[in-house]
Design a protein. Structure first.
Length: 104
């Protein structure tokens, strides 16, 4: 692996993790958290999307989109496993269901 490819992987991971954090949670996770979420999301997106018949193309933009989709899926699964949280986009602070989602 060359130094350039490592820089590209790190860049794609940070951008994808930050985008997924903005979409799912409303904020990022910091530089290290964004990097970890983005790289794991890139593996998920690279594995899952071709199996679903989704091909985004080649290049850095397609890699970022692929990794972002995988990172969003990762964050949603983590949210479901951990018991959720407030869905900031739904207004009114309503929770989005599931076992143990009601707090008194």
């Amino acid at each position: 692996m060359s130094g350039e490819s490592l820089v590209v992987i790190l860049f794609v991971g940070v951008v994808a993790g930050w985008l997924a954090g903005q979409i799912v949670r409303g904020t990022g996770f910091g530089i290290v958290g964004d990097l970890v979420v983005g790289i794991i999301g890139a593996f998920i997106g690279d594995w899952l999307l071709p199996r679903l018949g989704v091909h985004l193309g080649v290049g850095i933009i397609a890699a970022i989109a692929d990794a972002t989709i995988g990172a969003i899926l990762l964050l949603l699964v983590v949210r479901l496993v951990r018991g959720g949280g407030y869905w900031e986009g739904s207004g009114g602070g309503r929770r989005w269901g599931g076992w143990g989602s009601r707090r008194y």
